[in-house]
Write a protein that binds this ligand. Structure first.
Ligand SMILES: [Zn+2]
Length: 230
């Protein structure tokens, strides 16, 4: 292992391995060392000249590696989506977005961004996916109601961050809100909240008749809704 010191005090360390390769190959490693493989004919001077000429490239590469390690340590390693832990994978990219797919969350971002910013990218993806889910479940509830002879009024669904409620229904305006925090719970739990809010169109309170109606419409209501009490 040898270290080259630059006039400004910075250093680059390399480890030389002689191999039957045509050229000289350089690879900056996570431990801050440049691995060099060179043919027995390449001189040390030739190798070091190359490193000095490409010094800026190596310093940048090491800074990016260090940044990536830092990012891995204090950033989000997983998020909860529909009741399951999804690992978060950070992919170095000039795009700035997150994608929640079937098994993981992929975050495309420039390296070196703070975890708060990464959370905001995930938050946007979560909101978009949850709005789509809310629309899908809304269709399920409405067709179930119709098939049982109940005519649900036109309803606008909005997704919001609410402090103290999982959902709300303003039955006079035909407006149901779902809490974005429901996106951490299973799909059927979200469905149970939607059924609860729809039931308020027919029963405005939480009386026995309200629950009779709700359980008739969605018999698994308690099983899934009770998860929210924990
Ligand atoms: Zn209620």
């Amino acid at each position: 292992m040898k270290t080259i010191t630059f006039p400004d005090g910075r250093t680059l360390t390399y480890e030389l391995v002689r191999k039957r390769v045509r050229n000289i190959n350089f690879c900056p490693k996570e431990n801050g060392i440049i691995m060099v493989s060179a043919s027995p004919r390449a001189s040390v001077r030739e190798i070091e000249d190359f490193i000095v000429r490409r010094a800026d490239f190596f310093f940048k590469a090491f800074a990016a590696l260090e940044e990536r390690q830092k990012l891995g340590e204090d950033s989000i390693s997983s998020v909860t989506w529909l009741g399951q832990e999804f690992p978060v994978r950070i992919i170095s990219s000039s795009r700035e977005c997150a994608v929640i797919d079937e098994s993981e969350v992929r975050v495309f971002t420039r390296l070196g961004n703070e975890s708060e910013y990464i959370l905001s990218l995930i938050g946007k993806a979560r909101y978009a996916r949850f709005c789509a889910l809310a629309e899908e479940l809304n269709g399920i509830v409405r067709s179930e109601l119709s098939s049982r002879g109940f005519d649900p009024p036109p309803t606008k669904i909005t997704v919001k961050d609410m402090k103290s409620r999982w959902g709300s229904c303003s039955y006079t305006r035909g407006h149901i809100s779902l809490n974005i925090r429901l996106s951490a719970y299973p799909r059927n739990t979200v469905l149970s909240v939607l059924w609860h809010e729809y039931a308020h169109y027919w029963h405005h309170d939480h009386s026995g008749r309200f629950y009779d109606f709700l359980l008739k419409m969605y018999p698994e209501y308690r099983k899934w809704n009770d998860l929210l009490k924990k």
